[in-house]
Write a protein that binds this ligand. Structure first.
Ligand SMILES: Cc1cc2nc3c(=O)[nH]c(=O)nc-3n(C[C@H](O)[C@H](O)[C@H](O)COP(=O)(O)O)c2cc1C
Length: 226
């Protein structure tokens, strides 16, 4: 297999939300996680902590989260807000465009609340992926260290892409921090940031191939006069 260039890996990585049954080799996963240690971070602090779940442990998380979801008495308190309250445009519009494109790819109409809920609930099964990660950091870490978590995430996702694996980072799991932390043995004084589903992409699933364009360069980058 010819290795992808960095540009090719960046261009071809996309969130994968449907996987084949093919198992992920444990040695390969370890090798990629080992390479991802090279991600940069402010002061080289390396604030990322990662739990790798497979097999019975992953199944237990899925099962117990489903139980928590169905039990109105076990409402969990998220440890952070995923989006700012009242997120204005253009960010709000970008977020809805992503949702529209995703739901259109699986034939779920705008008014189909149940259809949307069904797709959202697949988050809590790691979209059927054979590997699930839980990413967390000590709760005293600040915004700069949270940004470093993103550095690690993208570094690792590009390495997965190079290895032919698909992934989807998942903030959705932050809705169930207590269950996630219990099953993932995350220390109490850590904040759970996100999950990640990992496996071999199902090439036939439309949800893996809808267009999700980015804002034009001039909307996010300003080239200032000399
Ligand atoms: C930190 C982070 C958390 C995310 N959480 C979720 C999630 O909970 N569920 C989901 O379906 N997608 C999730 N995504 C995927 C984004 O929706 C996706 O990255 C974005 O729409 C861009 O599409 P692409 O990854 O296919 O290029 C997350 C992405 C990131 C970086």
């Amino acid at each position: 297999m010819v290795a992808l260039s960095v540009s090719q890996a960046v261009a071809s990585r996309r969130s994968i939300r449907a996987f084949t049954d093919r198992a992920v080799d444990g040695g390969l996963l370890r090798e990629l996680l080992d390479k991802a240690r090279q991600a940069p971070s402010g002061g080289n602090v390396q604030p990322w902590h990662v739990a790798v779940l497979t097999g019975a442990r992953l199944a237990r998380l899925v099962e117990e989260t489903r139980a928590a979801m169905l039990n109105p008495d076990s409402r969990e308190s998220p440890e952070y807000r995923i989006y700012p309250e009242g997120l204005p445009d253009p960010w709000r519009a970008r977020r809805s465009a992503n949702g529209e494109a995703l739901y259109a790819s699986i034939g779920v109409e705008r008014e189909d609340r149940m259809g949307r809920m069904a797709q959202i609930s697949k988050n809590f099964e790691f979209f059927g992926a054979p590997v699930g990660l839980l990413i967390h950091t000590p709760d005293f870490m600040g915004k700069p260290q949270w940004a470093d978590l993103g550095m690690w995430l993208q570094t690792f996702m590009l390495l997965l892409t190079e290895a032919g694996l698909g992934s989807c980072a998942q903030e959705a799991w932050s809705a169930y921090p207590q269950t996630v932390k219990r099953i993932g043995e995350v220390p109490d004084d850590h904040i759970f940031f996100c999950g990640m589903a990992i496996g071999y992409p199902n090439p036939d699933a439309p949800i893996n191939s809808f267009a999700n364009p980015r804002a034009p360069l001039d909307e996010t980058v300003r080239f200032l006069d000399d």
